[in-house]
Design a protein around this ligand. Structure first.
Ligand SMILES: Nc1nc2c(ncn2[C@@H]2O[C@H](COP(=O)(O)OP(=O)(O)O)[C@@H](O)[C@H]2O)c(=O)[nH]1
Ligand SMILES: [Mg+2]
Length: 310
């Protein structure tokens, strides 16, 4: 099994399993099962924000900072804007080349060929492989756009949201989705005009929020010059400490376990349905009858459930 070799530190087996995960190859399932009991140790940090805000540059500098602390690092870079080639990540790969020969660092890009919802699933599966490999810290870089990304970020212990000056009403625009999940705000490109204004906007948004362990810190960085990275590390650690004390971390891990269980159950049930009841031909027939209004969706679903149970 790949899992055994991965647990012994074999990097090529890990790469192989990650490729299976990315391709949604069912061979990955028993391997992930075998690894599961060896996961749950790593600290998972999500980094999200609009394209071009400097997430990869920040990730790169964070890798360096954690390595200086003697920690091993895993990275998952998710880019859904590039479903065909994964080519958008080429720049990231080149940039992170410095770490490519460091055995304490493992970087994986996800091309995310999977179907809807497959993205967050694949990402959390790859995180689990890195965790089982014994990486101390796992950085997950995602573009903050859709529901998938919100779900990916929900698998992290700490979520860092990256904003930059000069994108107009950045804070307002992002408010609906990704802003609520921020544990730490980074205002990157602080070398540019307007960083203070972005900080003020975040502050005014936060003044309406509760003053508890959840209240995020705001850190200004210039990722290209490695400035503010120590402050960012401190903010990440401080949040983790507060979250642990307030029971938030345990609560999150429980929610993640619940999500993982329910997602897996759903997937498994659909497999069983397709294998036993809803063959492709049967599915076609049902859909045609629905389209012709000879059948209603609930009735059709009830029929499938009844036949699955008998
Ligand atoms: N001026 C400035 N440019 C930056 C900074 N951080 C990143 N960049 C540049 O912004 C561009 C996008 O960075 P990248 O890390 O690829 O962003 P991503 O799409 O969020 O991963 C690159 O050209 C970086 O060199 C910064 O702090 N200041
Ligand atoms: Mg990037």
């Amino acid at each position: 099994m790949l899992a055994e070799r991965i647990l012994k530190g074999d990097v090529r087996s890990a790469s192989r399993l990650m490729r299976w995960i990315d391709d949604r190859d069912p061979g990955a399932i028993p391997e992930l099962q075998a690894l599961f009991s060896r996961t749950g140790r790593a600290r998972i940090v999500g980094i999200t924000g609009s394209p071009g805000t400097g997430k990869s540059t920040l990730t790169d500098t964070l890798i360096g900072a954690y390595r200086r602390q003697g920690k091993t690092v895993g990275v998952v870079a998710v880019d859904p804007t590039s479903p065909f080639t994964g080519g958008a990540l080429l720049g990231d790969r080149i940039r992170m080349q410095d770490h490519a020969t460091d055995p304490g660092v493992f970087i994986r890009s996800l091309a995310t060929r999977g179907a809807l919802g497959g993205l967050s699933r694949a990402s959390s599966d790859v995180v689990r492989v890195l965790d089982a490999m014994g990486k101390d810290v796992i950085l997950v870089e995602t573009v903050g756009v859709g529901q998938d990304e919100v779900e990916i970020v929900a698998t992290a212990d700490v979520s860092v949201v990256v904003l930059v000056p000069g994108l107009g009403d950045e804070v307002q625009a992002q408010k609906a989705g990704i802003m609520e999940i921020a544990d730490v705000f980074v205002v990157n490109k602080a070398d540019r005009e307007g960083a203070e204004r972005v900080v003020a906007e975040i502050q005014s948004m936060l003044s309406m929020a509760a003053h508890d362990a959840r209240r995020p810190e705001i850190v200004q960085t210039v990722a290209v010059r490695d400035e503010g990275i120590d402050a960012l590390l401190l903010a990440i650690e401080a949040f983790r400490g507060r979250a642990e004390d307030a029971g938030l971390l345990q609560q999150r891990r429980r929610a993640q376990a619940q999500q993982l269980f329910l997602d897996t159950l759903q997937e498994r049930l659909m497999q069983a349905v397709r294998a036993r009841v809803l063959t492709p031909a049967e599915s076609e027939r049902t859909i045609a009858r629905l389209a012709a209004r000879e059948l209603d969706p609930l009735g059709a679903a009830e029929d499938v459930v009844r036949r699955l149970l008998h």
